[in-house]
Design a protein around this ligand. Structure first.
Ligand SMILES: Nc1ncnc2c1ncn2[C@@H]1O[C@H](COP(=O)(O)OP(=O)(O)OP(=O)(O)O)[C@@H](O)[C@H]1O
Length: 262
């Protein structure tokens, strides 16, 4: 067991180059930072700055070209069940119902069948899909499918949640609701959250610290602290403190965008 506040994720001098038809792309250059146990960290930066690459490396889905990543003090060598990942578009099993999709990850955890169903239903309720438990993915809207994927990640109860723009494709109301749900889950279940977003408002609303990446090649530009109290509710977005921080962050990200416009 790690003590609270110890480093859950340690990223040291991580670089990543991709070889492609148009030559070598340096996606990440010498990136180092830590995420403490139970911390909520967001990553923002211009398109193509390596945000997904760093998340995929922490998830164990991509190997760094150099540098090391440790999770819970151990160097990672692939995906692990202590890390749950939610992507922007998550594929569900089309032949399984909503509740079966959410239950799926629990099969590998030696949890009795009846209990698996209970856990799945608890998280379906959290994402507002209890009434759709027996529907098939093809009967759901895009936003509803993504909520199933989120419930599936929560149900497995990983120590670390790695989320790559999970709310990016959702409508504004669902997004706001899922932001609040995520914070509740994080506070109640003491997870470590590593969350990528394009949306600076979302980053300020969720995070304790925000990592700002530079334009490609992605380097760590700055880390800012968000000293706003939890629990955070939507009204916070109307306060002066929130707006000031959001504007400051936006200016920093926009400066990076201008450095390498698309
Ligand atoms: N598998 C791959 N093969 C070749 N190049 C890749 C691969 N994955 C990523 N890249 C390149 O690495 C760079 C960083 O990509 P990445 O997806 O990490 O950026 P990002 O910050 O997540 O972008 P966005 O915000 O647009 O999603 C980009 O230039 C991209 O083209």
């Amino acid at each position: 067991m790690m003590s609270a506040g110890a480093n859950q994720i340690e990223i040291r001098n991580v670089s990543k180059e991709f070889e492609g038809r148009s030559g070598t792309t340096v996606a990440l250059q010498n990136v180092s930072f830590d995420v403490a146990s139970n911390e909520f960290v967001c990553v923002v930066g211009p398109s193509g700055c390596g945000k997904s690459t760093i998340l995929n490396i922490i998830a164990g889905l991509t190997e760094p070209s150099s540098g090391t990543v440790k999770v819970g003090g151990k160097e990672i060598s692939g995906p692990g069940k202590e890390r749950g990942v939610v992507f922007q578009q998550y594929a569900l099993f089309p032949w399984k119902t909503v509740v079966e999709n959410v239950e799926f990850g629990l099969k590998f955890q030696e949890i009795p069948k009846g209990e698996r169903r209970q856990i799945a239903e608890k998280y379906l309720e959290l994402v507002g899909l209890k009434d759709f438990r027996d529907a098939y993915p093809k009967e759901l809207s895009g936003g509803m499918k993504q909520r199933v994927a989120i419930a599936r990640a929560y149900a497995v109860n990983p120590e670390v949640l790695l989320m790559d723009e999970p709310f990016g494709a959702l409508d504004a109301q669902t997004r706001v609701q899922l932001q609040e749900n995520l914070l509740t889950t994080w506070e109640n279940e003491r997870k470590t959250c590593f969350f990528i977003t394009h949306d600076v408002e979302e980053a300020v609303f969720l995070a304790q610290r925000i990592v700002i990446m530079s334009a490609r090649p992605g380097r760590l530009k700055e880390i800012i602290e968000v000293n706003l109290p939890y629990p955070r509710v939507q009204e916070l977005k109307l306060t002066k403190e929130f707006t000031e921080l959001k504007n400051r962050l936006w200016a920093m990200v926009y400066k990076e965008y201008l450095a390498n416009p698309k």
